[in-house]
Design a protein around this ligand. Structure first.
Ligand code: DGJ
Length: 582
């Protein structure tokens, strides 16, 4: 099955499903019957939204530690803390080894417990299928898989040594994973097909080859020596002008060949005998290279080749699951970054931005490619994922004050569907920075959802030690300057080093602004010689989606009589009407 050759936007899940069923020759599962209220993705303007029970839904999420969902008792005291953090969705692991401890015998007690407990706390779930891979390794498959490497072969490095990770070149690996995943989805349809507590599924976790740049096992070597599959070449040719520049430039640099072996089309792989270090911190990379290495591609062909194969495998798993219950599905990536610049020091072949077109070509059953964004370059990475029709979904990131600001920014600037810091077991609590940010997002969610994709909303991130930031929205240029001056309660805690401003244009001169520890200035973007005055400024809250004004702000609360001042201690909401004068 191929995605449309005219655009990168995927066909709706049900269309994919219908085609997938045909392509695999599978009988449609009972889940193939359309439920109009089941969670699904839907376009609004340029944005893609998650729609749940007919309404767009913004995921204020957080991910549990990897082992937490293996014990309902462990989770018991956590649920109230999750609610206090103002989450609406929890990302929780479902591990293959616990679901299918013996081949063909499934146990969904834990899954049922999770669903029931989430419902009791009025929370939704995104389930993470830890099947064949977790962080470039294979540790969540059942022992009957682990122990039988003849039947379930592993990746081999260049020296022919097995690495502790299932090879994506094995039919048996793929079939067994897909069968277990299909059983999970069938079960979810049976227990949750009406209530929709489970919103989405992450298929696998941070797949890719670590410790070498690609799989060097016999099947992999044979494929690598052969031609790039014609379907992939046809997809790249059909999307030539829309490919991400990382891939397009590489293809062009190697002669833009319409066919050939992998190395002919994408250039040479890792030099023979080159050792892959754990990190690229130590030689052979120079100090200067470290500064920029994470932006360069090393042996891209190895990564592209593995991306092709992982995407094919994961697509089969996702298709099998969607045939039972077609929830939206995504995959996540461990990113290339400073000190992890070579494929193999980060998992080679995962859904990274530089190979996103390969994933889109080979895995049309996957709706979203997502990055786990722990790196400093948060804005850059969001921008790189928000290309080629791919929506922004952040399954793992930070949950401190900086992370909280990034959540607001991602929703406002990139129409994100979800933000979810990792390790909520430790982070949860009513007094946390995350709870503050999620509290204000909860208030303005209806407005955010209304404005996503319409060009009437944007956001800025402002750093304590950084320059003021500016953006145009409608007829105005908006500038935000970090400021800790506040007329709030004495002794309040210092604001985070990074804060966010969210701006929604309600009318030509009418703006709703969420901000913290900042002053916000407006100037005319259409008549630069005009001055801009504050007509009226209200602070307030949104209750049930309705604006409830509090104080009318003026004087000292509007610095220089022309700026909005936001408190240092928490995010606040202000509505301003502007006017121009000469
Ligand atoms: C990324 C992985 O995807 C998570 O499962 C978890 O292991 C975190 N790293 C730990 O930081």
């Amino acid at each position: 099955m191929r995605a449309s050759t005219r655009s990168h936007f995927r066909p709706p899940a049900l269309v994919v499903l219908a085609t997938a069923v045909t392509a695999l020759g599978l009988a449609p599962g009972r889940g193939a019957t359309a439920d109009p209220n089941a969670p699904r993705l839907q376009k609004q303007g340029t944005a893609t939204q998650l729609v749940v029970d007919g309404q767009p839904f913004l995921i204020r999420g957080a991910e549990l530690n990897n082992s937490s969902a293996s014990s309902l008792d462990y989770l018991k005291p956590l649920w109230p803390r999750l609610v206090a953090t103002r989450l609406n969705t929890v990302l929780a692991t479902v591990s293959w080894e616990l679901v299918e401890p013996q081949e063909g015998r499934f146990d969904f007690k834990l899954v049922d417990g999770l669903v029931n407990e989430a419902r009791a706390s009025n929370l939704r779930l995104v389930l993470l299928w830890f099947g064949s891979w977790k962080n470039g390794k294979s540790t969540y498959q059942p022992l009957w898989v682990k122990a039988d490497q003849a039947r379930f072969p592993l990746v081999q490095n260049e020296q022919g040594r097995s690495l502790n990770t299932l090879t994506p070149f094995s039919e048996a690996n793929c079939e067994s994973d897909a069968r277990a995943f299909a059983a999970l989805m069938r079960h979810l349809r049976d227990v949750d097909g009406r209530q929709h507590t489970v919103l989405m599924i992450q298929v696998e976790n941070e797949m890719g080859v670590l410790e070498d740049s690609r799989d060097y096992g016999p099947a992999a070597n044979q494929a690598f020596a052969g031609p790039v599959p014609q379907e992939l070449m046809a997809y790249l040719a059909a999307h030539r002008d829309a490919l991400v520049p990382e891939l397009r430039e590489l293809w062009d640099a190697n002669g833009s060949r319409p066919s050939g072996t992998w190395a002919e089309v994408f250039g040479p792989g890792k030099p023979a005998g080159k050792e892959i270090p754990v990190r690229t911190l130590s030689p052979p990379m120079t100090e200067q290279e470290h500064e920029t290495a994470w932006r360069r591609l090393y042996w891209p062909v190895d990564e592209i080749f593995m991306a092709w194969r992982y995407a094919r495998y994961v697509n089969r798993v996702a298709e099998a699951g969607k045939a039972e219950y077609p929830l939206p599905m995504y995959v996540n990536a461990w990113l290339q970054q400073r000190d992890h610049a070579w494929p193999g020091t980060y998992p080679s072949g995962g859904p990274l931005p530089q190979v996103m077109n390969v994933w889109q070509a080979e895995a049309p059953a996957i709706d979203i490619l997502a990055g786990d964004i722990y790196v400093q370059e948060f804005e850059d990475v969001c921008g790189r994922y928000h290309r080629c029709g791919n929506p922004v979904f952040i399954p793992e990131s930070r949950g401190d004050g900086r992370g909280a600001a990034q959540a607001i920014w991602a929703f406002g600037r990139h129409d994100a569907i979800a933000y979810s810091p990792f390790g909520i077991d430790r982070l949860a609590g009513a007094d946390t920075e995350l709870a503050k940010a999620y509290g204000v997002i909860a208030q303005v969610s209806p407005l955010i959802l209304e404005h996503q994709g319409n060009g009437t909303m944007t956001a800025l991130l402002v750093d304590r030690d950084g320059a003021p930031q500016a953006v145009r929205l409608g007829n105005y240029q908006i500038e935000a300057r970090y400021s800790v001056r506040s007329f709030g309660p004495a002794g309040a805690t210092a604001p985070p080093e990074r804060v966010a401003g969210l701006f929604i244009s309600l009318g030509p001169d009418d703006y709703m602004v969420v901000g913290r520890a900042m002053n916000v200035y407006f100037s005319s973007a259409v008549a630069p010689s005009d001055s801009v005055g504050l007509g009226t400024v209200e602070e307030g809250v949104y209750a049930d989606g309705r604006w409830v004004p509090g104080r009318r702000l003026n004087g000292d609360e509007t610095p220089e009589w022309r700026a909005l001042r936001f408190p240092a201690e928490n995010y606040g909401i202000q509505r301003v009407k502007l006017y121009c004068y000469r």
